[in-house]
Design a protein around this ligand. Sequence first.
Ligand code: PEP
Length: 244
Amino acid sequence: MRKLAAGNWKMNGTAAALAEVQALLAAHPAPACDMLLCPPATLMSRMADLARGTALRIGGQDCHAAASGAHTGDIAAAMLVDAGASHVILGHSERRADHGETDSLVNAKAVAALVAGLIAVICVGETEAERDAGTTLDVIGTQLAGSVPDAATPDTVVIAYEPVWAIGTGRTPTLSEIAEVHGFLRARLTARFGQAAAGMRLLYGGSVKPSNAAEIFAVPHVDGALVGGASLKAADFGAIVAAL
Ligand code: PEP
């Protein structure tokens, strides 16, 4: 399958940052992998304008489970589509921690995303305390079962394994720890979705950078990356794209 390099800009970037997108597109007009950037909502339309006709896809960082209504500050999936998005990140650990998002809420958001025609990038991952307690696979299995909707297909859902303790810290699991979790994710998805699970993309996320991208991408069942900090600079994200 074609791999996916996805960047999450989080709450970073104003119009000046769009120069990085232009630099990325100039350096990687025909990447060997799919390329996705998820900017803050305020930049989405302008980034989508830059991406039109290129290999770059645009995604949201969250959406509401409802189609419209009295939800001040929230964004509906169809609004992301209207602004030029093809994907949306759901259940990022920062949303789970900062906004108390549960697996069932993430599932409802994913259903809304699929109805609107978006591809849902659903995040799972253990905290450091959970890894230390030896409960990593239990935690991830529960998140996966609860957050991924029954309607998921390889064309509509991507899973991102992001250990919470590796996000923005410069620390990463060992390659064998990544292999263990990705193998587990594939097995659980196969048990639930059968053969279709073989085509579902499993991203690794957490302190991916140019210097570790190639070795992480060589791990079995790693079908790409979800990149935070290193996606903000064209040179860094471009190097990760080139490693896929
Ligand atoms: C993320 O937040 O999705 C992430 C992986 O961040 P970073 O690459 O900065 O660790």
